[in-house]
Write a protein that binds this ligand. Structure first.
Ligand SMILES: *Cc1c(COP(=O)(O)O)cnc(C)c1O
Length: 375
């Protein structure tokens, strides 16, 4: 099936009781049992919920994986993945990762005995060198947030497979509409469904997708044993959002291209993988089917960022991304404040950098808003 057909139908069938076309919100904590050990496959809602299962099947299909396991947030998904490892195991993190992922390793997992290093995702030889005998997992994002570095997923996947390291790609920025990491060499895909998959900024959730049966079984066990499960209403919202994922992503991509070209014409320092001026533009074109809706621009100083940010009328100053409405943020003080200054400097996350999550409004209005804010 094509992407849009799968997005609308995969994993969902009319409700067996009533024929309801939409998967119902099974808002229940428990299920009646006919007798001891006799039930319909549902016992308690932390363990099983039909609305959640529909979302898990749907995202697994879109990401070309066999198993989807949903969580209460993107970080809940990443935490549960880390719990598949043990004390003393070593994790590699891509540089310029989502601040919360870095914070989890630094402030939560390291005190529990997990080791980690940060490595540049631009250079596969460096990744190879950074892998230790006890390295079990490499978590990366591509493009990264907010400096839009691209990792060569095929080359990185080869290096990780050769050394039996699980490559986990956080695909929140691209979504399966533009990039399928499992087909390029990753063993695991992670999403914050909070962002583009849901797309309407009205829930928080996460998902892990893999075709590795052993890993999926462990994650399924931990989903229940640790309990960071999403509620049925949030799963239903994500399911509904995904039905229009293809339409939305096409508009995000077109609008982001328009915004990026406008900023470049104004002589601004723009970072967008869709621009020929992006140092990894060719790699981006090779492994992505589109460039997404995130655009960063370096205004030169924190003073200029402070002057410009309150002036927007359509772009709202807010954390998060991926909704139909346009947002603007200041990564150094907002999403990436927990990343140490030296680390931010090293990847080019300057204090003057602002990041647009370009929404689905009319592109002329977005460009006019940026023009008047920068004036
Ligand atoms: C938002 C985000 C996360 C964390 O997801 P939550 O749903 O907020 O817990 C992880 N990775 C990326 C790339 C994100 O943008």
């Amino acid at each position: 099936m094509g992407f849009s057909t799968d997005a609308i139908h995969a994993g969902q069938s009319p409700d067996p009781t009533t024929g309801a076309v939409m998967v119902p919100i099974y808002q229940t904590s428990t299920y009646v049992q006919e007798g001891l050990g006799k039930n319909k496959g549902y016992e308690y809602a932390r363990t099983q919920n039909p609305t959640r299962e529909a979302l898990e099947r749907n995202v697994a299909v879109l990401e070309k994986g066999k198993h989807g396991i949903c969580f209460s947030s993107g970080l809940g998904a990443i935490h549960t993945l880390l719990l598949c490892l043990r004390e003393g195991d070593h994790v590699l993190l891509g540089d310029n990762l989502y601040g919360g992922t870095y914070r989890m390793l630094d402030k939560v997992m390291r005190p529990l005995g997990m080791q980690f290093d940060v490595v540049s995702t631009k250079d596969v030889a460096q990744v190879d060198k950074a892998i230790r005998p006890n390295t079990r997992l490499f978590i990366l994002e591509t493009p990264t947030n907010p400096v839009m570095m691209i990792a060569d997923l095929e080359a990185t996947g080869r290096v990780c497979r050769a050394k039996d390291v699980i490559l986990a790609v956080d695909n929140t920025f691209m979504t399966p509409y533009f990039q399928n990491p499992l087909e390029l060499g990753a063993r695991v895909v992670i999403h914050s469904t909070t962002k583009y998959l849901n797309g309407h900024s009205d829930m928080v959730g996460g998902v892990v997708v893999t075709s590795d049966a052993d890993l999926a079984a462990r994650l399924r066990f931990l989903q229940n044993a640790v309990g960071a499960v999403p509620g049925p209403m949030d799963c239903w919202l994500a399911l509904r959002g995904i039905k229009t994922l293809a339409l939305r992503m096409r508009q995000h991509d077109a609008n982001a291209h328009a915004v990026a070209h406008f900023l470049e014409e104004q002589g601004r320092k723009v970072i967008y993988p869709g621009l020929a001026s992006h140092p990894q533009h060719e790699l981006a074109r090779r492994q992505m089917r589109g460039m997404g809706g995130m655009v960063s621009v370096d205004l030169g100083s924190i003073e200029e960022a402070k002057r410009v940010l309150p002036r927007f009328r359509i772009f709202s100053l807010a954390e998060s991304l991926g909704g139909v409405e346009s947002l603007v943020s200041h990564p150094a003080t907002m999403t990436h404040a927990s990343v140490p200054l030296e680390e931010r400097r090293r990847v080019g996350l300057t204090d003057g950098l602002i990041r647009f999550s370009v929404g689905c409004e009319d592109p002329e209005d977005l460009i006019e808003d940026i023009r008047q804010a920068l004036a």
